[in-house]
Design a protein around this ligand. Sequence first.
Ligand SMILES: *Cc1c(COP(=O)(O)O)cnc(C)c1O
Length: 383
Amino acid sequence: MINIYQPTLGKEELKAVEEVFKSNWLGRGPKTKEFIKQFATKLTTDCFESMGFIQASEKNLLTISSCTEGLFQAVELYVKEGDEVILPSVSFIGAANAVVSKKAIPVFCDVNKRTLNPSVEDIESKITKKTKAVIVIHYAGVPCDIERIMNLCSQYNIKLIEDNANSPFSRVNVKSTGTFGDIGLWSFDSMKQLVMGDGGMVYCKNYEDKKKLDKLTYMGLESKSGFSNIVDKKWWEFDISSPSRRSITNDIQAAIGIEQLKKIDTQIAKRRLIHDAYTKELGDLNWLLVPEPIDPTTTSSYYMYHIQTKTENDRDKLAKYLRDKGIYTTFRYYPLHWVEYFNCNNKLTNTEYLAKHTLCIPLHQGLSQKDVHKIIESIKEFK
Ligand SMILES: *Cc1c(COP(=O)(O)O)cnc(C)c1O
């Protein structure tokens, strides 16, 4: 079976893990610090540095056990019971779970029919006095209209949470996605471009939020024992600021992350080649649509490739046809306003259309030329 997503791990990661074993410190420690530092550097483009503007530093960043946990933490920081949070129906289930778990109200908005990115107009139309936060994603790695959404949020004094799990190092002009919102979140789970088993990164625009999250991701502890090595005279005494969870990453994960960070540009470049080959070969078929060209002022991380069949019938049949040929496909993300648990009776026209016409086909750096050829030919043969 040709996988839809797949990590690329090698000797480098194994060696890095071996070093962590030898160091006898498996918990959060020097490797995690190093990973955060290198991640900050990667977020900050040469262009910004030359202008004397540092886009992200270690002061803005902390690692987190998963992006889902990051969504929960961000919602807990900004949202109270009864508040409304606007998020696209086409987004990750964890975002809605975070809102509902806080007894806040998820307000699902529509998306663009072709890009599947959140619609700015629909976000604006759903803003009320109760709206406290907006959560957006950059679908498939292609930046959404984040600058307009950012302006909208500041105009209405609403917090912006950027779920950047699809879009590591995607850019709008020179600025990295994930750094536009008040909080940006990355995922390093095993299906993403950069993997460390599980784990994620949080970007906080305000250092104050970052400091709060440092505590909230570590049992709410006030003292800095352990990670920082700064301990009081009686280091067994402590206090907490809130009864919180433990949501950190360890040095095994970080060691893998450091190696993955070195490879990420090459991996994204390979994904881009496959993406472009799909568009070239499938773009002329009269029964389907390929993704629209990416706005030249932005860059994509090429996380997913989605085709859209012109008829509903074709999408489901094609998915089965490809699976029988050993090619796994899927649709991301099943509309959240259709999830019965959320008991939502919105009508979202674009979402409801695209959910019946869209299919994500394999896209990862491990695909061979032979695989890509097979995928293209199989889709062509379908009709
Ligand atoms: C993968 C993903 C998540 C979840 O990340 P985890 O680290 O697995 O919790 C959240 N949002 C989006 C958009 C994702 O693609």
